[in-house]
Design a protein around this ligand. Structure first.
Ligand code: AMP
Length: 544
């Protein structure tokens, strides 16, 4: 190290490098990379010997990850979506928080803590982590489905409730310390907080909705990509920060609204997606920062308490969410997905418990319990999702409620068209015109609607899953056309399709020479690279 002190760079360097190495090892061992990221945090954390990264800085970096993630989610949300899920998300989230808080308070009582400690502890166990939830939904391509939107709406209500909790905890602490806080005063605090949130939302909807898209279009016209990306980051982080500082709204909520407002125009939404690569790196730092806080001794010292807390997070909360969603008449699969996505805790829990400790409301060991249950629930979350897949028919439709079981196609010697976006929809429309039998596999709601509108049979689900490919009868198909843009996923699809049918002709789309080679090896018969075709067409014209 040079003499000057650079804790920020040290934290980013150690966090990213170690997360990369351990994430890669985890991947190699076929466990989720998240385990590697969390372990990286434990290694650079204060409870293990050697280098110790800066915890407050790591948490702030993680917060940037939360901001960018929520901004990205907001891009896919419209005000209408938000309204349409509020009917279930508001009572659902509130009901679930109440149940989880009661259970947490019960556990705290068993541990001999006072009621106030139990309430803060229970609240901390009741909120899900934004990062974990969004990543889980993204990985499974369900962010854009009804159940995905309900889960996100639910998360937003939880976020709002936490904003309230954060202002109420200090008041509660005063009360506990013997100070007399009249009920009217507490009510006042709540009302002021809600009013601030409402003013922020109104400002975003009335002013932001005009100004932000205007800025984006103006910047897009400037023709400078650098300026455009800068505008995206400036707005995402700037609005989140301003919202937090001025209106006491959480960073996550601020960023979500900024994204929602920016996403209203198709142009800025698409372009913005391209400008978000920083998001994933910061999201990784979130896991590192969680690992850093963990005191591994808690597993030895209080195993039963940890188990109790984990049970509340993973079983109690899920059961409550499941029952609430079912009570609202939603399908089994929807209820299962929502409870799975919420069966974990994260960043808000740490903030809340930290506040409780600083106000001497909760004992120090509460932090270790919350962290331990966060880590366990985060690590086990994918297994919970796998269980859900098992419990509910693996490929129920994502879009329409109530869910019906997926109907495997009866077509044979048909074309299986995977993806109905910019590329697939052109192919599908042409096949429809020529009367070729085609089965479309899609996850995106808009694309599904378009495919149905064009008269195609649609199987809803992730084409990387063998069940979905089986439902599309790849084994009996004449051609499989993979138009999804992401190389890794296209590779999986090609590999599965080839495994299901040795003779079928597989066409695939790629963006780089490396991807072309990759898909070739996995068994594609023809790989078309967009960039190369574009060059060909231009050359063709120049030869004319
Ligand atoms: P585009 O890049 O505009 O051609 O759009 C690609 C389309 O593929 C989008 O509509 C996505 O919803 C869809 N898509 C991407 N990955 C998958 C997948 N694994 N399974 C099914 N559809 C997918």
């Amino acid at each position: 190290m040079p003499e000057h002190h650079t804790p920020l760079i040290a934290t980013i360097a150690a966090g990213l490098a170690l997360a990369f190495v351990l994430g890669a090892i985890a991947h190699r061992l076929r466990i989720q990379p998240i385990v590697g990221y969390l372990l990286a945090g434990v290694v650079v954390g204060p409870f293990t010997p050697g280098f110790t990264a800066d915890i407050p800085l790591a948490s702030e970096l993680a917060e940037i990850g939360v901001i960018l993630l929520m901004f990205g989610v907001g891009l896919h949300f419209s005000l209408k979506d938000l309204m349409s899920v509020s009917r279930i998300a508001i009572p659902g989230a509130i009901g679930q928080i109440a149940v989880a808080t009661a259970m947490g308070a019960g556990l705290a009582h068993l541990l001999g803590w006072p009621l106030a400690a139990g309430l803060v502890f229970g609240l901390a166990l009741s909120v899900a982590s934004t990062v974990v939830l969004i990543r889980a939904l993204q990985d499974r391509h369900i962010l854009d489905t009804d159940r995905g939107r309900i889960a996100v709406g639910w998360l937003i209500v939880e976020d709002l409730a936490m904003v309230l909790a954060l202002v109420l905890v200090p008041t509660a602490a005063t009360m506990m310390a013997g100070g007399d806080v009249p009920l009217t005063r507490m009510l006042f605090v709540v009302l002021v907080t809600l009013a601030k949130v409402a003013i922020f939302v109104m400002l975003m909807l009335l002013v932001g909705r005009r100004v932000i898209p205007w800025i984006m279009h103006y910047t897009a016209q400037s023709g400078s990509r650098e300026l455009f990306r800068l505008a995206v980051y400036a707005i995402a982080i700037g609005v989140a920060f301003g919202a937090a500082k001025t209106f006491d709204v959480s960073f996550a909520l601020g960023a979500f609204f900024a994204g929602m407002v920016m996403g209203e125009s198709e142009l800025s939404q698409q372009a913005t997606e391209e400008a978000m690569p920083l998001r994933d790196a910061f999201a990784v730092l979130f896991f590192v920062s969680v690992g850093m806080l963990l005191n591994p001794m808690v597993f030895v010292e209080a195993p039963l308490a940890v188990l109790g807390a984990v049970a509340i997070v993973m079983v109690g909360k899920s059961a409550a969410a499941y029952l609430i969603v079912r009570a609202f008449g939603y399908a089994n699969r929807t209820a299962l997905t929502i409870s799975a996505s919420l069966a974990q805790i994260g960043e808000f829990s740490f903030i809340l418990i930290g506040l409780g400790i600083s106000m001497s409301l909760v004992p120090n060991e509460a932090r270790d319990l919350v962290l331990a249950s966060a880590i366990i629930s985060i690590v086990l979350n994918p297994l919970v999702f796998a269980l859900v897949e098992r419990l509910s028919p693996a490929h129920g439709p994502d879009v329409s409620e109530p869910a019906q079981d997926i109907v495997p196609t009866r077509l044979a010697s048909h074309v299986v068209l995977i993806g109905y976006g910019r590329v697939g929809s052109h192919i599908g429309a042409e096949l429809a015109r020529s009367g070729t039998p085609v089965v479309v596999v899609e996850t995106g709601e808009r694309a599904i609607a378009q495919a149905r509108h064009d008269g195609a049979e649609v199987i809803v689900g992730n084409a990387a899953s063998p069940d979905i490919l089986a439902a599309a009868n790849v084994a009996g198909a004449r051609r499989v056309v993979v138009t999804t843009p992401e190389a890794f996923e296209a590779g999986q699809i090609v590999e599965q399709a080839r495994a299901a049918n040795r003779a079928v002709e597989i066409l695939a789309r790629a963006h780089s020479d490396a991807a072309v080679a990759h898909l070739d090896t996995l068994g594609a018969d023809l790989v078309v690279s967009g960039e190369r075709e574009i060059a060909e067409r231009m050359l063709e014209r120049m030869r004319e």
